[in-house]
Design a binder for this molecule. Structure first.
Ligand code: PLP
Length: 391
């Protein structure tokens, strides 16, 4: 018998990948499946970014880079954060990592151990909880409520902090709800954190450019009072349609940076060099493609919300960020996961059940509108037919 350590049995999954596998299987059987399950832009990476990677390969960037990333890229990240949020960040605080996920992996490894409590949004990105459980720490869900616009409630979040709390994870704009936490609420949360100076904060801002209706992003780096314990998670995956490149960045407070760098040295060594040069082109080149994608997401968002609200017994709040709709299906008579599964098997529409994002996701399903307007319209017709006829 092989004796794998028991913590591996506690590692979770992203059910989105299982849904994708099932959708692909059904397609192989000849079924017409519309995929509103997976959370990745349906656009290709903009040409000039691809060209920069090709050029990097031709120019001989084939070797290891520093574990924390090439300096020009770390400088460009710092400059971009200054340009967008007027926050001063030293390139020495920036680390280039293989995707946004790696920042959360590192941060949770740094703070999770038996006896420690880590607060995370529920519903939220499933890997937070999975990683917390892996470390043996106690996952403490922060409920994200529809009646609160799917925003964090400062009061409720602060009320969950105990002497055992080591890390608070926040995420806005949010997966899976599309919720955006308003500045006034972030102000309140940060003010309240003054009472808990030993609690680190990881702010997952991977959707920071995906905002609608004139919303402005609140970057947690803009609060000097928590800079010494704030970890920023961000990256290229969503903004530049680069999910498969595996490129992200984090900003670390000084005492944590060396830990993160050593974790990189002990695991991936560095991000592949051409991806880093491509990331540089993404930040310093034209942003037209980003604006084009965002305008298209906005059109789809409006169509999906309108269509969902026209379905029998379904109501959908207007998501202000990311590219997800999170309709309330609790009045349909279906449990959310059963409904998601029936929609896939019987109506050919892939969505994700809310409970895959946490216990507070019951009663909801997640639709990613990273699909063509035409497919979204077809999916809504199918969902309407299904809900009207199925019992
Ligand atoms: N954080 C959130 C909230 C996400 O939704 C995702 C991807 O779905 C990630 C992080 C991970 O992004 P990456 O693909 O860059 O690892």
């Amino acid at each position: 018998t092989l004796h794998v350590v028991p913590s591996f049995a506690r590692l979770g999954e992203e059910n989105a990948f299982a849904v994708l596998a099932r959708a692909t299987e059904l397609q192989r059987q000849g079924k017409d499946i519309i995929n509103l399950g997976i959370g990745q832009p349906d656009f290709p990476t903009p040409d000039h970014i691809v060209e920069a990677a090709v050029k990097a390969l031709r120019d001989g960037h084939h070797g290891y880079t520093p574990a924390n990333g090439i300096l020009p890229l770390r400088e460009a990240v710092a400059a971009d954060l200054y340009k967008r949020f007027q926050v001063e960040v030293s390139p020495e605080a920036v680390m280039i990592v293989p995707g946004g996920k790696v920042t959360m992996f590192m941060a949770i490894l740094m703070f999770g151990e038996p006896g420690a409590e880590i607060l995370y949004p529920d519903p939220g990105f499933p890997i937070y909880r999975s990683m917390i459980e892996y470390t043996g720490a106690t996952p403490v869900p922060v409920p994200i409520r529809e009646e609160n616009g799917f925003a964090f409630s400062a009061e409720e979040t602060l009320s969950l902090i105990t002497p055992k709390t080591r890390l608070l994870i926040i995420n806005s704009p949010a997966n899976p709800t599309g919720g955006v936490t308003p500045k006034a609420e972030v102000d309140k949360l940060v003010a309240g954190l003054a009472d808990f100076p030993d609690v680190a904060v990881m702010s997952d801002e991977i959707y920071d450019q995906m905002l609608y209706d004139g919303e402005k992003h609140v970057c947690l780096l803009s609060y000097p009072e928590i800079r010494d314990r704030l970890i920023l998670l961000n990256g290229w995956s969503k903004t530049y349609a680069m999910t498969g490149w595996r490129l992200g960045f984090s900003v670390w407070p000084k005492p944590l940076y060396e830990n993160a760098r050593k974790l990189a040295v002990n695991s991936h060594s560095c991000v592949n060099a051409p991806a880093q040069w491509a990331g540089l082109a993404a930040l310093t080149g034209p942003q037209d493609a980003v604006h084009m994608m965002l305008a298209e997401f906005d059109r789809r968002r409006k169509a999906v919300v309108k269509g969902l609200n026209a379905l029998p017994n379904v109501s959908c709040a207007v998501p202000k960020g990311a590219f997800y709709a999170f309709p309330n299906v609790s009045q349909t008579g279906w449990k959310a996961k059963k409904l998601a599964s029936a929609l896939l098997e019987e109506a050919g529409v892939a969505t994700i059940g809310g409970p895959d994002f946490g216990v507070h996701g019951e009663g909801y399903i997640r639709l990613s509108y990273a699909n063509s307007l035409e497919n979204i319209e077809r999916a809504l017709v199918r969902m309407g037919d299904f809900l009207t006829s199925a019992k």
